[in-house]
Design a binder for this molecule. Sequence first.
Ligand code: MSP
Length: 414
Amino acid sequence: MHPYYVTTPIYYVNDFPHIGHIYTTVVADVIARDRRQRGDATYFLTGTDEHGQKIERAAAARGIAPKALADEVVDRYHALWRTLGITHDDFIRTTDARHRLGVEALIARIVDRGDIYADHHEGWYCPDCEAFYTEKELLPGNLCPIHERPCEWRSEENLFFRLSAYQDALLAHYDAHPNFIRPRSRANEVRSFVASGLKDLSISRTNLSWGIPFPGHNGHTVYVWLDALTNYISALGYGAAPDGDAGATAHYDRWWAAPASTRLHVVGKDILRFHAVYWPAFLLSAGLPLPTTVYAHGWWLRDQRKMSKSVGNVVRPDHLIERFGADALRFFLLRDMVFGQDANFSDEAFIDRYNSDLANDLGNTVSRVVALSRRAFDNRTPPRRGPEAALQVWARKQVAVYREAMDDLAFHRA
Ligand code: MSP
């Protein structure tokens, strides 16, 4: 059986989930369900990203500890995924002990490769993205290009990853694996970003205590994206067996290390660079297999702006689910957005879809099929015995009924 591993990004716990988060998860869930139906051995992972300044600040604003905030939000995620029928096999939290083992093991391999060094670093930092931007990338007024909020000037001693050393290897990988980044249009964007020259990446923070301590460097905390990206393998047991206990890494061996496995990350376009540039570079350095595909979807917009907590224009799912049901929301999200492109969320669009596609089209189809079936089987449920024989009888009768209907129609037209 073909091993198929599909993941969602792990969600920040600074706030409760909104439609954008649900979208990524529902898409991954549909892929996982489809694979299982096709008979592939499938493993579906989701989880939460709990370290970093963003979470530290959100917790401080509420006067609680970051872990207490995380626990509260994680409960909401669990409840929501249950309501929405999400069929994940595992849920990883970056505060799990197993995750820390994975991060430490990955860093140890990158250190062995000689790809980490200390240096002074300064630049514009967006705390919402947890990332530095060059002046060229900023919007006027030093605003973050994603959140349109002010970036902060940071100047500190950091540990660096030799990202620049992987520029050629990344380009070669993209060329040799045309499905590595999908859709194609996004692959071109990433390719030109890499081809325009990669700078080394700062992978530790000194002014942050809420995170994983950087092994061997007192006072340094692992950069939240290096921490977070590792979830895809730490959840499978990577790093769990420093003493070589094969049982502890069985999932890693099966879903990630097996050459024939598919390893698919579904992500939003805002975090494609982290998944298609930084993550494969870390893995190349560590000598580990890369994901097979990173698939990026577009944004749910409200008033033409990305829906996000920082912008303050989010749509909460609770009310929609309560009123229309979880399936209606799942259907709407998949039906109304062209995968890969942005879509505007509006209550009108939701209600139109509900009325036209579900109540009208699907509702009518079901009621017609039931009526036909009643006619064809004398008001009885079709026999269950011998499914093929029953199907043939069913099909013959459908054809007869259909012909009759066409005759009627011809008659009326004439
Ligand atoms: N914690 C990081 C991901 C780390 S993965 C190793 C993160 N978290 S997030 O909570 O901000 O976003 C998670 C996912 O939700 C991303 O795929 C993001 O694109 C998606 N969405 C958040 N807002 C969105 C919309 N308005 N529309 C569609 N999806 C968006 O980034």
